[in-house]
Design a binder for this molecule. Structure first.
Ligand code: ZN
Ligand code: ZN
Ligand code: ZN
Ligand code: ZN
Length: 108
């Protein structure tokens, strides 16, 4: 699939593209290589951020995590301890947030 819609950028299609480097407008983390991009808005997402599931259970937390763009509200990622941006996996009741890429087990 080379053209997708994503809930973080509902007004436009994102096109699969390959770049030297970019900053993901979802999770705020730098990326290299493949991204999903809206040229007219200069909007980029990591391939993983664009394709990852809305909810998932993972070994690092006992509850189901939900993908949200309301952000970590200044909280730090529980895996890498770096600041989070808009797009995070969170467990609301626990205040647990992680970058999508950290859930996947790699930074980018
Ligand atoms: Zn990202
Ligand atoms: Zn756009
Ligand atoms: Zn992280
Ligand atoms: Zn929890």
């Amino acid at each position: 699939m080379t053209r997708i819609r994503h809930f973080t950028h509902p007004s436009c299609y994102l096109t699969r593209t390959c770049q030297q480097s970019f900053i993901c407008n979802g999770c705020g983390v730098a990326g290299y290589g493949v991204s999903y991009r809206c040229n007219s808005c200069d909007f980029d997402l990591h391939e993983y951020c664009a394709r990852c599931p809305q909810s998932l259970s993972c070994s690092m937390h006992s509850h189901c995590l939900t993908l949200t763009q309301s952000g970590g509200c200044g909280r730090r990622c529980s895996v890498c301890c770096q600041a989070t941006s808009r797009l995070v996996y969170q467990c609301g009741p626990c205040g647990f947030v992680v970058h999508p890429l950290c859930v996947q087990g790699r930074r980018w």
